[in-house]
Design a protein around this ligand. Structure first.
Ligand code: ADP
Length: 728
């Protein structure tokens, strides 16, 4: 509630000469003055003062303004002429008269009876004596209407005999009420506008989206919000328009995906104004003062004037740098993992490792690790500029990593290092080092820690950017992927070297064993022959022992032969001597040779041969395959019958060795043709796990294949299919 003491126009209150003359002024003049003065008002307070200044002296020197808020009448102002005798009601509650008018919406005039007037003006009993004492003569109240809505009540009272309130005064008050209602509404609208403007400004300040507003057709002046200003790194009040007049233009550039700098007329806000259409989701890189600030997605909508002509534009700007970088990083990591693991050669992998880093991560990428001679050096180097690659390669060849070089420390600790700005003093900038030669400004050094210790250090250098913590994190993640690939390649090479060493050893051992074994076998044969010729009992026993020794010698010979075959096959040297032959005859021959052994283990042998089965094959290698299969059938099915069948097929020939032995589980069937693969326990069955592998190698060299069908506990059937005529 506002209570105002209205300044006297005359200095003598209601009795002054101005007041008297104003009584003669026409009602129109008064209303004209009132509306002129109200038009000058800014704020409610001004409206009340104006009311007091212009209307109060005409209408009794006592005026209340009550306004309706949410359906409740509140006192907004109480205006009193300064004659010192009339006081407004304390607390400012609306008078009973004002309430009545607010309820009825009709004006009221009460004249003469001071007690009745006092009652109408007293909001409560306590005020009554004071108001009665003031000796009010008349009072009136008029509703304030605005667009058919009651917004308040204007009440007047007079104690001046010269200023009695009558019908004319009531009509004047009603007209005044219209002016006041309009002024109050104008004030309300102004306040609402001010609030909205303040809300909008707050929104612009806090919203985490860049906003640019241009209020001219040429977009010569674009106002930015705080977020956008922060992204630009320019003061909030800078004009960020690229169409700005010379002298105001900021060092800003926008580039498209192809790196082309966009002229101002192609920018989204400018396009939105010229086309009158919205421009959506344009992805551009922002550069300020030559430095890249990020990737933005910009949309713009035109603003229209009353005749629907574009008068400006609003642009929204989102910083997608982080999102884009994360996506690119993921893609880069996924792609690089695939590329890195595509080679199992450590040198090749380290070359790929550095090549993938340029130009995305570095201008110059180096991998510092052990050279074949064991010394630490630059194993691979890649430069973003192909014309500088030879220089980089030359540096890799010649750079000597001394004992003091910081790379030793990185290898020892395994701790990565970020050097955002390379300083002269830093020891990485050794004489003739990368910084000096290539102008590297920022460096990241990441040791690649494998299961066997640090494999080397990935050094990334940039000539044009300063590495950030984000870059560092990403580089470490990349290095982790690379480490995995490098470790894999190293393990693979180690395993391959170990296998090659073993095969070489087997080859040598096989040869070394065969020479004495051949002599031994010859000696035993002779012993058997000569002891049989002696004919007595001891000689017979001797001959038996000698025959046993001979069989064991042959077995030993087969084992040595298998070992030799392993080394021949793995080194790609399993020669085939092809000749025309009858396979059925070979089966019979092998069966006849093995018959004593078959009998010994109680295996009956049934041959089902469709002879002849002519073809061109390596006789001794097929002998080896058939012997292997028959030997297995005896070994894994002793005492059980064996059947060997051989027949023609449209493609060639088919030989099947079938037993009723222990069988092979489906899971094991898949692997028994592998080298050294066995599906039985070593305690129960001897063997090297080589027979089927060698057999498969022989059969496939002859252009055929071998397969097994088996059921555990019910036996196995090995089938060989061979083409008849094989190229030499
Ligand atoms: P080895 O017999 O010396 O172990 P092979 O390469 O000849 O090696 O056979 C590989 C494995 O296949 C054997 O260890 C055995 O588990 C299984 N196998 C081969 N032939 C038979 C068969 N006829 N019956 C059951 N298992 C067999």
């Amino acid at each position: 509630m506002l209570e105002l003491e209205v300044p006297s126009m005359s200095g003598a209150g209601l009795e002054g000469p101005d007041l008297l003359s104003s009584l003669q002024r026409s009602r129109g003049q008064l209303l004209g003055r009132m509306s002129r003065e109200l038009a000058q008002c800014s704020g409610r307070y001004d409206v009340f003062r104006c009311l007091g200044r212009v209307a109060l002296p005409e209408l009794g020197g006592w005026c209340d303004l009550d306004v309706l808020q949410d359906g409740v009448l509140h006192r907004a102002a109480a205006l009193r002429a300064p004659h010192g005798q009339v006081h407004g009601p304390p607390g400012g509650a609306p008078s009973p008269l004002a309430r009545r008018v607010a309820r009825s919406g009709s004006p009221e005039l009460h004249q003469g009876l001071s007690e009745q007037v006092a009652l109408l003006l007293s909001p409560d009993e306590e005020d009554f004596p004071r108001i009665q004492e003031a000796g009010m003569l008349d009072c009136m109240a008029v509703p304030l209407w605005l667009a058919g809505q009651l917004i308040g009540v204007l009440s007047f009272a007079s104690r001046e005999p010269k200023l009695r309130l009558d019908g004319a005064a009531l009509a004047l008050a009603e007209d005044l009420a219209g002016c006041v209602a309009l002024a109050l509404e104008a004030d309300r609208l102004r306040q609402e506008l001010e609030h909205q403007a303040a809300d909008f400004k707050t929104l612009l300040d806090v919203i985490p989206v860049g906003i640019g507003i241009a209020r001219d057709r040429e977009c010569q002046h674009i106002q930015q919000n705080r977020w956008f200003a922060r992204l630009h790194g320019l003061p909030l009040d800078s004009n960020i328009s690229l169409s700005a007049p010379d002298g105001e233009r900021q060092p800003i550039r926008y580039r498209d995906a192809q790196g082309r700098t966009l002229p101002s007329e192609e920018l989204p806000m400018q396009r939105a104004v010229t086309t009158g259409q919205e421009v959506l989701d344009v992805e551009l890189d922002l550069e300020v003062q030559g430095a890249r600030r990020g990737t933005l997605v910009i949309s713009a909508v035109p603003l229209f004037d009353a005749s629907h002509r574009p008068r400006g534009a609003i642009g929204t700007i989102q910083d997608v740098t982080a999102r884009k970088r994360a996506m690119e990083a993921q893609r880069f990591l996924a792609e690089s993992s695939a590329v890195l693991s595509s080679s199992l050669d450590p040198e090749q992998t380290s070359r790929t490792l550095v090549r993938l880093c340029v130009p995305a991560l570095a201008t110059l990428a180096m991998f510092c690790g052990r050279r074949p001679d064991g010394a630490l050096g630059l194993v691979s180097v890649s430069h973003a500029d192909p014309s500088l690659q030879p220089l980089a390669d030359e540096m890799a060849r010649t750079l000597v990593i001394s004992e003091e070089h910081p790379v030793h420390e990185l290898i020892a600790t395994g701790l990565p290092r970020l050097i955002p700005v390379v300083k002269e003093a830093f020891s990485w900038t050794l004489r003739n080092g990368p910084s000096e030669r290539f102008g590297i400004r920022s460096v990241m050094l990441i040791p690649l820690a494998t299961s066997q210790g640090v494999a080397g250090v990935l050094a990334l250098g940039s000539t044009d950017r300063t590495y950030t913590e984000d870059d560092f994190t990403f580089a470490k993640e990349y290095a982790a992927h690379a480490t995995y690939a490098i470790d894999n390649a190293r393990l693979y090479r180690e395993a391959r070297d170990a296998v090659a060493l073993r095969d070489e050893f087997l080859g040598i051992a096989g040869h070394e064993l065969r020479t004495p074994l051949t002599a031994l076998k010859l000696g035993l044969q002779r012993l058997v022959r000569e002891s049989a010729a002696l004919g007595d009992e001891d000689a017979e026993r001797l001959s038996k022992w000698a025959a046993t020794c001979q069989r064991q010698g042959e077995r030993l010979g087969r084992l040595v032969g298998d070992l030799l075959d392993v080394s021949r096959i793995t080194s790609g040297r399993l020669p085939m001597v092809l000749e025309e032959m009858d396979l059925a005859a070979l089966v019979e021959e092998v069966a006849a040779r093995m018959r004593p052994e078959l009998e010994k283990v109680g295996c009956s042998l049934v041959l089902k041969l469709r002879s002849p089965l002519a073809g061109r094959w390596d006789r001794s290698r097929l002998d080896q395959v058939l012997s292997n299969l028959l030997a297995n059938a005896m070994k894994y099915g002793p005492g059980r019958p064996i059947e060997v069948s051989a027949s023609s097929t449209p493609e060639g020939v088919c030989v099947r060795v079938q037993d009723e032995g222990i069988g092979i589980s489906p899971r094991d069937q898949a692997r028994i043709f592998g080298r050294f693969e066995r599906a039985v326990s070593e305690r129960h069955y001897g063997g090297l796990g080589l027979g089927l592998w060698i057999s498969q190698q022989i059969v496939s060299q002859l252009g055929g294949h071998i397969r097994v069908e088996s059921e555990q506990g019910r036996g196995s059937s090995f089938t060989i299919e061979l083409p008849r005529w094989v190229e030499d």
